[in-house]
Design a protein around this ligand. Structure first.
Ligand code: AMP
Ligand code: ZN
Length: 113
């Protein structure tokens, strides 16, 4: 499968890994949009949020737990941070392996662009 994030999971492409367990990987976004910009992904290939099944409910919960832990480690938890999962074209999804963006370290505007 020609999936960029599966290649990172399989160590075919390097990444700056910040967390790993049996089911989740987290690494620095190569084009950071905030002082803290980390991607949290499941090791299971799931293309978009629309492809999540009820079987994945626990996995998605784990992604949020990992993101919370990293936010605390990076000292952005108290001041605040943003967790974003883009889905399909209008949201700007470019990599079709679900990922949670953890963005923090600056104040952000709402609504997003
Ligand atoms: P999205 O637009 O929501 O699909 O987000 C994809 C994200 O992946 C973007 O923020 C990219 O900067 C990031 N990205 C693309 N290639 C890499 C890579 N090789 N290593 C780390 N992050 C990447
Ligand atoms: Zn994949």
């Amino acid at each position: 499968m020609n999936c960029l994030f599966c290649k990172i999971i399989n160590q075919e492409i390097p990444a700056s890994i910040v967390y790993e367990d049996n089911s989740i990987l987290a690494f620095e976004d190569v084009n950071p949009q905030a002082p803290v910009h980390i991607l949290v992904i499941p090791k299971k290939h799931i293309a978009t949020a629309l492809d999540l099944s009820t079987e994945d409910n626990e996995l998605i919960g784990q992604m949020y737990q990992v993101a919370n832990g990293i936010a605390k480690d990076r000292k952005v938890a108290d001041r605040g941070f943003r967790l974003v999962m883009n889905c399909n074209r209008d949201a700007g999804q470019t990599v079709f392996h679900v990922h949670l963006h953890l963005l923090g370290g600056r104040s952000m505007t709402w609504p997003p662009g």
